[in-house]
Design a protein around this ligand. Structure first.
Ligand code: FAD
Length: 440
């Protein structure tokens, strides 16, 4: 069964591996990749000895231990990975606040602690007493769930930095299941300074010792080298009576991991209403800034959230040099700042200076320590859960299914997936395809 896989990010690469390991002849699998290297959002770059993940700091973690072990085994085994304790904080004025925020209220300045506790108790009381259901929009949901104090001091400004649009334009559905309720007793304890942990679903994570997160896709790609066509943009996909053509070449089946938004530009004869739905799927782009520092040590932190405007445009930084020793030269350190953009937009030139100034103002570095900065940009970074997302996504995926175009990947299937979930979805897709191949 000749199979074309569009895109050689982790989804496409993992699928190719599962298909071949499952018995499909390697010569029947072809990956088309527009970029000069495989990897997509898992890309890393090394500049003057400093390595960073270009779409934002990545960690390897999964609730599906089999999927995670598969990723590790396929990419050099346990010895190729550093095992790290997740240690994340929120920066608030000059303080480190325990994460999640509601479990760190006691770390806040007194007035902010009081505002947050008061709001949390009021919101809890209203929910318990009135039995109100979760509001559909994110702005109201934040207040319903956390109260006014946490909304004003943390959730509103932090989320405005990430989503770059009014929070009422985003739904609460994507977040509702993701943010477990902290018991009120824990929040009360936290507020008076008794440490409570909160959810800790990434207590330990893995990171490649060499090559940044891209080590994973490099290693997957190495085993598939002859099957990947790099620098090969998919321009046209056409359904034929007995299969498909991709750039004029015949295949029995096509798996698409390219963003659904681009499908109408690539696939012929997408109906007009489906094309509108696909093009309307909301997303944000991302600009990342590596700050390479002449500084020997950082706090022992993994990543840090920056909710405050005065901290500059970055919403999160990752201590890349804490992830792997090879991520910075001996005696130097680095961190990576993430700034989201409205779709397709790049940061203005002055944003870089604002990012650096924000970090200096937050007490994370001194300006004299900065050796250089390096920046990257990715067009499709965050899925944005606006109120139309579900219906557009359904229209898009229903059409893919009815026409036999298999959808896979973070933007190919429009799921808020991390790389491990991409691998899990690829594994499931391979099972279906291998069954199909056996049936002939
Ligand atoms: C800020 C941020 C933080 C993240 N943190 C983590 C984390 O800590 N851990 C984790 O596991 N995951 C994390 N992720 C998610 C992870 O990066 C993605 O889930 C994963 O990389 C998506 O892989 P994919 O193959 O589905 O898509 P992509 O990586 O987007 O791959 C699609 C591929 O298609 C190619 N392509 C596009 N158009 C064409 C065309 N016309 N022709 C040919 N090829 C084309 C692209 O070049 C790309 O290589 C994070 C993502 C972001 C944005």
């Amino acid at each position: 069964m000749k199979t074309a896989i569009l895109g050689a990010g982790v989804s496409g690469l993992a699928l190719a591996r599962f298909l071949i390991d499952g018995g499909l002849d390697a010569s029947d699998v072809t990956l088309f990749e527009a970029a000069p290297v495989a990897g997509g959002l898992c890309e890393s770059k090394t500049v003057e000895g400093f390595t960073y993940d270009t779409s934002g700091g990545h960690i390897l973690f999964s609730k599906d231990t089999a999927a995670m072990q598969w990723m590790i085994d396929q990419t050099g085994g346990n010895d190729a990975y550093a095992k790290r304790d997740r240690n994340t904080k929120i920066r608030f004025d000059d303080k480190w606040v325990h994460y999640p925020f509601e479990n760190g209220l006691g770390d806040l300045p007194e007035q902010a602690n009081f505002d947050c506790l008061k709001g949390y108790v009021e919101a809890w009381h209203a929910r318990e007493k009135d039995g109100t259901t979760a509001p559909a929009d994110f702005a109201s949901w934040i207040r319903w769930r956390f109260g006014d104090g946490i909304a004003e001091h943390f959730m509103d400004p932090y989320n405005e930095k990430i989503w770059k649009r009014p929070l009422k334009d985003i739904t609460s559905s994507w977040v509702a299941g993701r943010v477990p309720d902290a018991p009120i007793e824990d929040v009360l304890r936290a507020s008076i300074g008794i440490r409570t942990e909160g959810y800790s679903h990434q207590a330990i994570f893995y990171y490649p010792k060499q090559g940044g997160f891209q080590h994973i896709t490099d290693a997957l790609a190495a085993g598939l080298a002859s099957r990947i066509r790099l620098n090969t943009r998919v321009e046209s996909v056409r359904k034929e009576a007995d299969g498909w053509t991709v750039n004029g070449e015949s295949f029995d089946c096509v798996v698409n991991t390219i963003a659904l938004n681009l499908v109408p530009d690539i696939v012929e004869e997408v109906p007009a209403d489906v094309a509108i739905a696909m093009r309307g799927l909301a997303y944000n782009s991302i600009t990342t800034y590596l700050l390479a520092l002449d500084r020997a040590e950082h706090p022992n932190l993994s990543w840090v959230y920056f909710p405050q405007k005065k901290q500059g445009p970055a919403n999160r930084i990752t201590y890349m040099s804490n992830y792997a020793d090879s991520n910075a030269p001996e005696g130097k350190t680095s961190f990576l700042c993430e700034v989201t953009n409205r779709p397709d937009q790049h940061c203005e030139a002055e944003v870089e200076g604002q990012v650096v100034d924000g970090m200096v103002a937050s007490g994370l570095m001194r300006k004299e320590e900065l050796l250089f900065t390096h920046q990257s940009w990715h067009r499709f970074a965050y899925i944005v859960y606006d109120h139309e997302l579900d219906s557009r996504r359904k229209t898009a995926l229903d059409w893919c299914e009815s026409s036999g175009l298999i959808a896979l990947g973070r933007f190919g299937h429009y799921d808020y997936h991390n790389s491990d979930q991409c691998v899990i979805a690829a594994r499931e897709t391979s099972i279906q395809l291998l069954k199909q191949a056996v049936r002939g």
